[in-house]
Design a protein around this ligand. Structure first.
Ligand code: FAD
Length: 621
């Protein structure tokens, strides 16, 4: 049958990409359908119940700054929060939350069910309706046809999914869920480049069988960090500790002795796994000289005894998994509640996508999430939001919005994917961004919320909160610049006591805040009332301490923009330019771009490389 209502945007898959895609499109006023296998698994965390971490929290904050759900769901479901790299600079600081997977999922479902313009439907999509290279709709495996202007595909690890435990295989999208084989077949018949990747998950352990007195306790931070710009500590449920265990020589020996029973090492798995989240057999093999690896023992939730041993993802057979777990101190009597496993799945070469995440071959069809070769909830959610908003813009016959690399990690993520492609599951790191001092997790709202409001993604409540914060930052910065401390006064004595240096002349509070020994709360209350809001204080402090570096990065970006029309001679010898990688030299030699802007658009030629070209050309003249 054909469903009677027509949709502007149809999203397939209710994982992290699909939920953000559907919410974004619906927030923009488009009639949106979210079609997913199972409404009970909306927002399910397939693996680790944790959100954020280095590079990833930047994406969560960007999703949040554009009105998405991930940050708020984390505040509602988070049971342990920490700031990683807290002692390093603000560019690499990252918030990480351990989540109660049931509470997180419930929060996502609540947000979805209460979103105007959004319809949920539980069925497997089995086919796409494609006419004249344009997608027109979706057909479910039971034959219901949904017609729409645009379709966003967010099917995660489900396309042609094969689960491996030891040398046993079964078909599945993840443990307990069916694979998407009909849709995988249909997509393989379209002109996209397709390949296989793999990822894995550890066994889960019953906390009742663990001797916590022999593990190292790792409490969350105090004061407790918050993930969403609209979040608060009061939203968090009860907070709990994680623990740390260690593998040892016995653990490693058990793994070595059984490598021939690992599907990865016996050649059964063809897909490439995540380099930065390797299985324990991979780690032991690759770092054979290391006597021990840390294993974070993380609670799966407040109302369950299940634990997630972070660091021992594996596809070894169950009997080996049990021996591995029980070889660790504190886990000698551990009971495994679910075996670990690896999954292999189809992904599509992201170089077949545009910056908007629309596919190059089928109009109005967008791909987001793990289907594009990424790994991680945050990478998926960020792509979902972008694909959903661009599908909505297409349905409204408006131009796509594609953030640049200097505007957002979202821009870095998509640009990396569509220009370089990926051979292994792609995850975000701060080192992937050239302008990371500009793209901090603390200022994602300052970078993106105004744009989000223009796109129709930001509701009145978030807009009012953001506007108030922006005004408070401006007025507090102005107050500090206008407040002067004179030598010989009580205020000066306080500064001298904190810094150990005499105040030789008058300084305004903003200049004092630039000193490394002083933080916002040391100076803000010296002359008048300091602001109470932590987010505002943080912005003012970062502006004071890092403005010089931030301005330098901004100048670099502006300079590149100004020189985009600079001509590159036809006979330029790229091999003679120092600092360019072999791969980039080859691409430039092949493409022979006429201008700097053209060079920057060649797939794989990074902004850093363009900057090197610019410097080289200036020296030549
Ligand atoms: P998913 O979260 O997989 O969601 C896909 C959704 O689409 C599901 O709801 C599914 O039911 C639905 N769906 C699929 N096909 C259809 C269809 N035909 N019709 C209707 N609905 C459909 N990430 C890490 O960062 N670190 C890790 O260590 C890690 N390990 C992992 C281990 C395993 C075993 C798995 C399965 C995943 C792991 N991940 C890991 C990846 C992480 O789970 C994904 O990156 C993330 O969930 C991707 O989000 P997504 O929205 O793209 O897809």
């Amino acid at each position: 049958m054909e469903y009677p209502d027509r949709f502007d945007v149809i999203v397939i898959g209710g994982g992290h990409a699909g939920t953000e895609a559907a919410l974004a499109s619906a927030r923009m006023g488009c009639q949106t359908l979210l079609l997913t296998h199972n409404i009970e698994t909306l927002g399910q965390m397939s693996c680790n119940p944790a959100i954020g971490g280095i590079g990833k929290s930047h994406l969560v904050k960007e999703i949040d700054a554009l009105g998405g759900a991930m940050g708020l769901a984390t505040d509602l479901g988070g049971i342990q929060f920490r700031v990683l790299n807290a002692r390093k600079g603000p560019a690499v600081r990252a918030t990480r939350a351990q989540a109660d997977r049931i509470r997180y999922k419930a929060a996502i479902r609540h947000i979805l069910e209460n979103q105007p313009n959004l319809t949920l439907f539980q069925q497997a999509a089995g086919d796409l309706v494609v006419e004249n290279d344009t997608v027109r709709g979706v057909v479910t495996e039971t034959g219901i046809r949904f017609m729409g202007e645009t379709v966003v595909l967010c099917t995660g690890t489900f396309l042609g999914g094969v689960i491996h435990i030891g040398l046993q295989q079964s078909r599945g999208g993840r443990a307990g869920d069916p694979p998407s084989n009909a849709l995988a077949e249909r997509l393989r018949a379209l002109p996209f480049r397709v390949d296989r990747l793999k990822t894995g998950t550890p066994p889960r352990i019953d906390a009742k069988s663990v001797d916590f007195s022999r593990l190292e306790e790792q409490p969350g931070d105090t004061p407790i960090p918050v993930m969403s710009y609209l979040g608060s500590r009061e939203m968090h449920p009860r907070q709990v500790s994680c623990h740390i265990a260690h593998t040892n020589e016995q653990t490693h020996q058990i793994i070595f002795d059984n490598l021939d029973r690992s599907p990865m090492f016996s050649g059964v798995i063809e897909g490439v796994g995540p380099r930065y989240c390797p299985s324990i057999e991979d780690k032991v093999h690759r770092f054979a000289d290391k006597a021990s690896h840390q294993v974070f023992i993380e609670p799966e939730g407040l109302d369950t005894h299940e634990l997630y041993p972070n660091g021992i993802s594996t596809s070894l057979p169950f009997d080996v998994q049990l021996k591995v777990v029980r070889s660790m101190v504190g886990l000698e009597n551990a009971h495994i509640t679910r075996p670990g496993y690896a999954i292999e799945y189809d992904f599509f070469d992201p170089r077949d996508l545009k910056h908007s995440l629309e596919t190059r071959f089928i109009h109005n069809l967008f791909f987001a999430g793990q289907i594009n070769g990424t790994t991680g909830y945050e990478e998926a959610g960020a792509q979902g939001l972008l694909a959903g908003l661009n599908a909505a813009l297409r349905a409204k016959e408006q131009d796509a919005w594609c953030p640049r690399r200097d505007e957002a990690y979202l821009g870095v993520l998509v640009d990396d994917l569509i220009t370089l492609g990926t051979k292994e599951p792609y995850r975000m790191f701060t080192s992937r961004a050239e302008y990371r001092l500009l793209l901090r997790e603390d200022n994602a709202d300052m970078r993106l919320t105004e744009q989000g409001r223009k796109l129709g993604l930001i509701d009145d409540e978030r807009w009012a909160s953001f506007s108030a914060k922006r005004e408070a930052v401006e007025s507090e910065s102005a107050r500090l610049k206008a407040s002067w401390v004179q030598p010989g006064t009580a205020a000066a004595a306080k500064v001298e006591a904190s810094t150990g240096k005499p105040l030789s002349r008058e300084y305004n509070l903003m200049d004092l805040l630039k000193r490394p020994e002083l933080v916002y709360h040391d100076v803000a209350g010296l002359l008048g009332e300091a602001v109470a809001d932590e987010q505002v204080a943080e912005q003012v402090q970062i502006q004071a301490k890092y403005q010089g570096y931030i301005d330098r990065q901004q100048d670099e970006i502006d300079k590149l923009k100004r020189h985009e029309s600079m001509a590159l001679p036809e006979d330029l010898d790229y091999n003679a330019i120092e600092g360019l990688s072999h791969e980039i030299r080859q691409k430039l030699n092949d493409a022979r771009p006429a201008t700097l802007a053209q060079a920057g658009r060649i797939s794989g030629v990074t902004p850093a490389a363009v900057s090197i070209l610019l410097i080289y050309m200036k020296k030549r003249h």
